[in-house]
Design a protein around this ligand. Structure first.
Ligand SMILES: C[S@@+](CC[C@H](N)C(=O)[O-])C[C@H]1O[C@@H](n2cnc3c(N)ncnc32)[C@H](O)[C@@H]1O
Length: 209
């Protein structure tokens, strides 16, 4: 963690941070309004999330990330952008979804380049599993959207299979591309890294059924 990230975690947390608690958030109190809310899971350094929040000032955003240097970076970028429609939680996203996000509280969930866990014995660690989809569906409002992207072909096959079996989600759009056609999102740091290695990119937009 850099000194400026550490400083940001202290100084900017009161403005942008939400502490993890085992009780549902009062979204109206947090944002001072009622607006469509996007939850981004595993935002990495947060650059893509800050751009999305800057693009859409009439919507609200919460990012969840366990990697503290990334959280610090995100706070710095949010402060530089001067935005007030973004908050950050530094905790495990599953617990945040289970305990802190109100049912039907979200308009959209972004899961951009989740850890692919390429080894077969680690596949069970992948976040996209039937239990995750059931939880995500509970937290999305009617007509809510789930956006997923990956640069890992084996994970793309897994995502196609698991979502095909889900009764909670319908495919709205699927793209396979070379980094030139992201689906309603900005390019991410991990995507750029994958593209440099010659990977292809898969993007999905699912709609809550
Ligand atoms: C491969 S990186 C992608 C980061 C970013 N979305 C991007 O595309 O540049 C996956 C990120 O998810 C975070 N992550 C993994 N499991 C998580 C969890 N259970 N809760 C919150 N964040 C998680 C990791 O710390 C990591 O930053």
């Amino acid at each position: 963690m850099t000194a400026s990230q550490e400083r940001a975690l202290e100084e900017l947390w009161p403005r942008y941070g939400i502490d993890y608690e085992n009780s549902p958030l009062d979204l109206r109190e947090i944002f001072g309004r009622v607006a469509d809310l996007t939850l981004e899971i595993g935002f990495g350094n947060g650059d893509t999330l800050v751009l999305a929040a800057t693009d859409k000032p009439d919507q609200d955003f919460i990012g969840v990330e366990v990697h503290e240097p990334g959280v610090g970076h995100c706070l710095i970028q949010a402060n530089r952008a001067g935005i007030d429609n973004l908050r950050v939680i530094s905790h495990d996203a599953i617990e945040v979804l289970q305990n802190q996000v109100p049912d039907a509280g979200l308009a959209r969930i972004n899961l951009l380049f989740p850890d692919p866990w390429p080894k077969k014995r680690h596949h069970k660690r992948r976040i996209i599993q039937p239990s995750f989809l059931a939880l995500a569906a509970d937290k999305l409002q009617a007509g809510g959207a789930l956006y997923i992207a990956t640069d890992w072909e084996g994970y793309a096959e897994h995502i196609d299979e698991v979502l095909e079996l889900s009764k909670d989600f319908e495919l709205a759009e699927r793209r396979e591309h070379g980094g030139d056609s992201p689906l309603d999102r900005h390019t991410t740091k991990f995507e750029t890294r994958g593209l440099r290695k010659g990977h292809r990119i898969w993007d999905w937009h699912f709609q809550k059924a």
